[in-house]
Design a protein. Structure first.
Length: 326
C-alpha cells in the first residue's frame, strides 16, 4: 500500500512521536497507518478550535474514543481547547499558529522528537495554486515542505504529500474506518474552499493531472530553493564584515559583482538569520533593497523598523526597534 510505504519511508518510528489528528479523513488515515506499524511510542494529539460548537467537541470525542479503542499502552491521547477569545479569531493563520504552538509544548512535555501532520498531495496542489494566485515568487511555489525543524530536537514531518485524497479514502474504505466531516471545508467564504471546489475542477478540464503537475512544480521549486539557500549562505559569509558601530556591515563592492537575483536571496537569508520580520517583505521591498547595492549612496527604511544605508564601499543594516535612531 502506497500510504504505508510513505509512512515507513518518512517517519523515524524508532523515536517517540506525535500525530496531529483532527478526526477528518486525512488525519485518520495517518493515525491508522502509523498505529499499524511498530514504533517507539505515539501520542495522538487533537486541538479543538471550537469553531463549530458541539461539532468540534464531537470531533474531539471521536478521536479520544478511537485511541481508547486501540487498548495499547504505548499509544496515548492528548487534547486542548482554544479559549473563547482565541476561537473568535477565526483565521486560518491564527488557528495554525495556536495549533503548532500547542503541539510543540506537548512534544516538549512528552519527550517527542517529531510531529506528523496529514497534509496530502491535494493540499500541496491547492497551496501552490493559492500562492500563485497571490503573486508568489519561486520560494512560495515550493509549497508545503515535507519536513522542517521546529526546534533543536524537534522535527515537523508531512509524510503523506505524495498521497492523494482519493487514495486516502480508498485506504479508509478498505479498513472500514470512519472519520469526521468538517462542512466548513466546503464553505465558499474561505478562499481555500473556493480553490478546492470551484477552481481545481475547472483546471482539471484543461489538465486532468493538474494536482500532480502542481506537486511536481513544488518539488522543483523546493530543489531550487535548497540550492539558492546554500549559495545565499555562502555569499553572505563572503560579504559579511561583522558588526561595526552597531550596524551589520556588508561589502558592497563584492555584492555588485553578483546578479540581482542572488543578492535578493542573500538578503532573504540575512533577514532569516537575524530574525527580522519577513511577512511584509514582498518583491517590491526586495528590489528596493537590491537598488541600494547598485545605486548612489542612500538610506531607506524597511518593514520591521529595519534601516539600511548604502555607502561607497559598504552596506549597513540594523533593526532600530530597540535602538535610538542616530
Amino acid at each position: 500500500m502506497m500510504l504505508t510505504a510513505a509512512l515507513e519511508r518518512h517517519l523515524p518510528l524508532t523515536e517517540r512521536g506525535i500525530l496531529a489528528v483532527s478526526g477528518g479523513a486525512d488525519s485518520m488515515a495517518l493515525a491508522c497507518g502509523v498505529t499499524e506499524l511498530p514504533s517507539a511510542g505515539l501520542l495522538i494529539a487533537h486541538f479543538n478550535h471550537g469553531w463549530r460548537g458541539s461539532e468540534s467537541d464531537a470531533d474531539e470525542a471521536f478521536v479520544r474514543d478511537w485511541v481508547a479503542s486501540l487498548e495499547r499502552e504505548e499509544i496515548t491521547f492528548a487534547s486542548s481547547q482554544a479559549t473563547i477569545e482565541q476561537s473568535l479569531q477565526q483565521s486560518e493563520a491564527h488557528a495554525r499558529s495556536l495549533r503548532y504552538r500547542w503541539l510543540m509544548q506537548v512534544a516538549q512535555q512528552h519527550g517527542a522528537r517529531w510531529i506528523a501532520t496529514a497534509h496530502t498531495a491535494d493540499d500541496q496542489a491547492e497551496t501552490v495554486l493559492q500562492r500563485l494566485l497571490r503573486g508568489t515568487g519561486l520560494t512560495g511555489l515550493s509549497g508545503i515542505p515535507a519536513a522542517r525543524l521546529l526546534g533543536e530536537h524537534l522535527q515537523l514531518i508531512r509524510p503523506m504529500l505524495s498521497i492523494s485524497r482519493e487514495q486516502v479514502l480508498e485506504y479508509l474504505d478498505e479498513r472500514g474506518q470512519t472519520y469526521r466531516t468538517d462542512q466548513s471545508n466546503d464553505n465558499p467564504r474561505y478562499e481555500r474552499a473556493r480553490i478546492r471546489g470551484q477552481l481545481m475542477p475547472l483546471l482539471q478540464e484543461f489538465n486532468p493531472d493538474i494536482r500532480a503537475a502542481l506537486g511536481r512544480l513544488a518539488t522543483q521549486a523546493h530543489e531550487w530553493q535548497t540550492d539558492a539557500h546554500e549559495y545565499a549562505v555562502h555569499l553572505l559569509n563572503q560579504v559579511d564584515q561583522g558588526m561595526q558601530e552597531g550596524w551589520i556591515t556588508l561589502d558592497r563592492v563584492r555584492l555588485q559583482l553578483v546578479s540581482r537575483s542572488w543578492v535578493r536571496e542573500m538578503f532573504r537569508h540575512l533577514w532569516q538569520r537575524e530574525g527580522w520580520p519577513l511577512g511584509r517583505m514582498g518583491m517590491p521591498e526586495w528590489n528596493r533593497l537590491a537598488d541600494l547595492v547598485w545605486g548612489e549612496p542612500a538610506q531607506s527604511q524597511f518593514p520591521g523598523s529595519v534601516r539600511v544605508r548604502s555607502r561607497l564601499r559598504t552596506m549597513r543594516l540594523r533593526q532600530e526597534s530597540d535602538l535610538s535612531k542616530t
